[in-house]
Design a protein around this ligand. Structure first.
Ligand SMILES: NC(=O)c1ccc[n+]([C@@H]2O[C@H](COP(=O)([O-])OP(=O)(O)OC[C@H]3O[C@@H](n4cnc5c(N)ncnc54)[C@H](O)[C@@H]3O)[C@@H](O)[C@H]2O)c1
Ligand SMILES: [Zn+2]
Length: 357
């Protein structure tokens, strides 16, 4: 069985293991790091229906005493209320600092269970078992964990690395089409900012079956890019910003449509195309790059344009002061596919470019 491993050299190093069918072998990898203890699996109802049984069986076989906490699927689950529920359940089962938390699910579960692990009893070891494409290539790597509060998303969180990330690409087969595409936007992003050969490989894929065939190497490539960026900037004070390509505008679109109309990936897709058009206009991005991105996104059912936002909503979503006058924004621009730069711009220029077309 083919296994790929990536070592992440953060202050507390750990490995990412990628293997098809890994879910029924998780105990093998966890036992290398921990003796049998209490293992608290946190998951959501969708993921539980497919994979909780398999993971429980593997851990029980490995000698762990397994508990599971199944939460409703969806972004609303990443709340302080659920955090408290997790603390309560785990403490009532007598969790100690030598036990283990396991995040089995997409980014919502990874962020919530990870933040629980970071904070409960001042830190408990945790394992990421990401099951959505977005979580396999992005959120499970890098140690950012968080919950949402009324004032905004991810405002309460920590940097807290897992002891291992276990990725089974076969789980992607049960994802809804739209959730798969959502993650694909981040995969395409890695190609854009760092890796032309990944971009070309994606462009050569014509259907989901071909993607699943190539999924091991695509996930490996994305995790490795994220690893490099995170190793250089574990605490997000500089270089990590390149991962935000397409995200400044993407976040604005998500917010303007109240997080309802567009998924994160769809909003980022539009953001990547628009910011590249802007880059072309500035003469920083090579002509034709935005068209190339647009064509690739389309192949994975991702949008490249949206109705134009009102100027005020846009300014608010960008978190600029009134009318954004004089404000500067750091944004990520491509020079070409696979090469990016961080560039300071006048917010006003971007606002008029987007709102006036
Ligand atoms: N920590 C980070 O660095 C980071 C980075 C990017 C995003 N995020 C966070 O990640 C979250 C989004 O993650 P997401 O897109 O994975 O969302 P998600 O966790 O809500 O998962 C998307 C949907 O897919 C379902 N699902 C997951 N795996 C499945 C599988 N194998 N088969 C069938 N259904 C499955 C889930 O139940 C859910 O309905 C956001 O909260 C975002 O803030 C965090
Ligand atoms: Zn993103």
């Amino acid at each position: 069985m083919e296994v790929r491993k990536i070592k992440v050299n953060t202050a507390k190093p750990y490995e990412i293991v990628i293997r098809k069918g890994l879910l029924s072998h998780v105990h093998e990898y966890i036992l290398k790091l921990k003796s049998p203890c209490k293992a608290f699996i946190v998951t959501d109802n969708n993921v539980a229906s497919f994979y909780l049984g398999i993971v429980k069986k593997s851990l029980t076989f490995g000698g762990f005493t397994v508990y599971d906490i199944v939460l409703p699927a969806g972004e609303a689950t990443k709340s302080l209320k659920n955090l408290e529920l997790l603390y309560d359940r785990m403490l009532s089962e007598g969790i100690t600092r030598s036990d283990l938390i396991i995040a089995l699910g997409g980014g919502v579960i990874g962020d919530l269970a990870g933040f629980c692990a970071a904070t409960l009893l001042r830190g408990i070891d945790y394992v990421q078992i990401p099951t959505s494409l977005l979580s396999q290539v992005d959120s499970s790597v890098g140690g950012k964990v968080a919950v949402n509060i009324d004032r905004g998303k991810n405002l309460v969180g920590a940097f807290y690395q897992p002891i291992v990330v276990l990725i089974d690409p076969l789980c992607l087969k049960t994802l809804d089409e739209r959730v798969l595409s959502d993650g694909m936007a981040e995969v395409i992003k890695y190609g854009c900012i760092y890796d032309e050969s990944l971009f070309l490989k994606l462009a050569s894929i014509s259907n989901n079956e071909e993607f699943f065939e190539e999924s091991m190497s695509i996930i490996e490539r994305c995790c490795d890019i994220k690893r490099r960026v995170v190793e250089e900037d574990e605490f997000d004070t500089g270089k990590r910003m390149i991962l935000n390509f397409g995200h400044t505008l993407g976040h604005a679109y998500e917010k303007m449509f109240n997080y309802e109309k567009l998924t994160h990936g769809e909003a980022v897709s539009i953001g990547m195309v628009e910011i590249s058009k802007f880059g072309e206009k500035l003469g920083i991005t090579k002509r034709g790059v935005s068209d190339k991105i647009e064509r690739l996104l389309k192949r994975f059912n991702l949008p490249s344009n949206s109705e134009k936002p009102g100027i005020d909503a846009f300014i608010e979503a960008l978190k600029l002061d009134k009318k954004g006058q004089g404000a500067k924004l750091n944004i990520v621009l491509l020079e070409d596919i696979g090469r990016c730069v961080i560039h300071k711009i006048d917010a006003e220029d971007l606002i008029s470019f987007i709102t006036e077309g």
